[in-house]
Design a protein around this ligand. Structure first.
Ligand SMILES: *[C@@H]1O[C@H](CO)[C@@H](O)[C@H](O)[C@H]1NC(C)=O
Ligand SMILES: *[C@@H]1O[C@H](CO)[C@@H](O)[C@H](O)[C@H]1NC(C)=O
Ligand SMILES: *[C@@H]1O[C@H](CO)[C@@H](O)[C@H](O)[C@H]1NC(C)=O
Length: 378
């Protein structure tokens, strides 16, 4: 947790604009083929490291110690004792965030079939191949439903509520949403929907002069509907997309969204209100809750020094943006980056220098209400 000395250098003051686009280097992650080959979940940090995390040097006084560091207990805790703790703390323990670590060179996707199976359609094959072409040194995994449950069982063995929630989710689309946050929290890398194509290498998403230890997450804008009736089209005035996300493992936004969905699911399970109805998906597991977790993070005094900020970070800080912005350790890409060619909301075309990932939407732009139908596995 040495990294938290750096991680705390997150300030509202550092909302920065970038104009340069070159490359940054990423190291390879180990290859594996199935859940049993995966390394064990991250072990407890040695006592010495925990102590250092708990004491931020005075020079960092202007910034707040992140929750994840502050709440670390001073002694080793047994699995039983851990499971008595609030879910967020359990997750922070299991998946410590290290902003100094390299972003793992993983590409995660989910689908009903793997590319090795005949049922994997040719359209998807082309899209899938684009990721490998642009990231030849990355470990690229297309995870099927069956493998996903084993992987979650393995990665979250010590946080049983998460597995219980994953299993309880009654629709494949809910599991697909949940899975992306879970895999990124535990392993990091890039998650991207199976119907996306890489237009550029992730090494070119971020300007080369931005140090890789200054950010831990890269997100894009899904929607910026600058019209009075925006609420007829989208759930949030600015909506961040969750069809493509890059993150280091253990990022606090992922801890929050995983805790939220786990607790919400178990609450609904208990009340008997988990239904196969598609209408609540966007709020429950989709871009609405994802967007809320991101804004909650930006406005969380545990991570950001609010005393130097000029008010809260809101949708207004992201509307109409055409260059990336950095808020603390999160880089927000403009709408063109993950939504080129949608011919609306100010998005540029596929050949725009800022266009990085193409989301197919089966070829045409569709309103959000139809987003999940037919495009996710299940
Ligand atoms: C999850 O987040 C939503 C906001 O997106 C909030 O309304 C809900 O209360 C949260 N649920 C839990 C269990 O924290
Ligand atoms: C700023 O955000 C915090 C946390 O979300 C919230 O409690 C507070 O009310 C907000 N302040 C304003 C002025 O909106
Ligand atoms: C966010 O936008 C508001 C105006 O809407 C501005 O006053 C504030 O400085 C912005 N915050 C940052 C960190 O840029």
């Amino acid at each position: 947790m040495l990294s938290f000395k750096k991680a705390v250098v997150l300030s509202l003051a550092c909302l920065t604009l970038f104009f340069l686009f070159k490359s940054h280097h990423q190291t390879s992650a180990p290859t594996f083929r199935n859940a049993n080959d995966l390394p064990r979940p991250t072990a407890w940090k040695p006592e010495s490291e925990k102590q250092q995390a708990a004491h931020t040097p005075d020079t960092d006084k202007a910034f707040n110690t992140p929750d994840a560091a502050r709440k670390k207990p001073k002694t080793q805790v047994s699995l039983d004792a851990l499971q008595q703790k609030p879910l967020r703390e359990q997750l922070e323990y299991q998946f410590p965030y290290d902003i100094d670590a390299k972003t793992p060179a993983y590409i995660w996707q989910t689908w009903k079939y793997t590319p090795a199976q005949g049922e994997f359609s040719d359209t998807l094959r082309e899209a899938e191949a684009s990721w490998t072409t642009h990231h030849p040194s990355f470990v690229h995994e297309v995870i099927t439903d069956n493998v996903a449950v084993h992987l979650i069982r393995h990665l979250y063995a010590s946080v049983p509520q998460v597995l219980e929630a994953y299993i309880a989710l009654p629709l494949p689309v809910l599991k697909a949403d949940f899975f992306r946050y879970l895999i990124l929290l535990a392993r990091g890398g890039i998650y991207s929907d199976i119907d996306t194509s890489a237009l550029k290498s992730a090494a070119d998403w971020i300007p080369h002069d931005v140090p890789s230890n200054s950010y831990g997450m890269v997100i894009g804008i899904e929607a910026d509907p600058d019209r009075p009736d925006w609420a007829d089209w989208y759930r949030r005035r600015i909506q961040f997309c969750q069809w493509t996300i890059q993150s280091k493992p253990g990022h606090p936004v992922l801890v929050d969204v995983v805790a939220n969905i786990t607790l919400e699911t178990l609450k609904r399970k208990k009340l008997g209100t988990l239904t196969k109805d598609h209408t609540g998906v966007i709020e429950f597991t989709g871009p609405a809750v994802w967007t809320d977790s991101i804004f909650d993070y930006f406005n969380n005094p545990d991570y950001f020094d609010m005393s130097t900020s000029k008010g809260n970070i809101t949708w207004q800080n992201f509307t109409g943006m055409t260059a990336p912005k950095k808020v603390g350790d999160v880089i927000v890409l403009p709408i063109t980056s993950f939504s080129p060619g949608i011919k609306t909301m100010g998005a540029g075309e596929d050949d725009d220098p800022m266009a990085f990932v193409k989301h197919q939407f089966e070829g045409t732009w569709k309103p959000e209400s139809e987003r999940h139908i037919g495009e996710t596995y299940g």
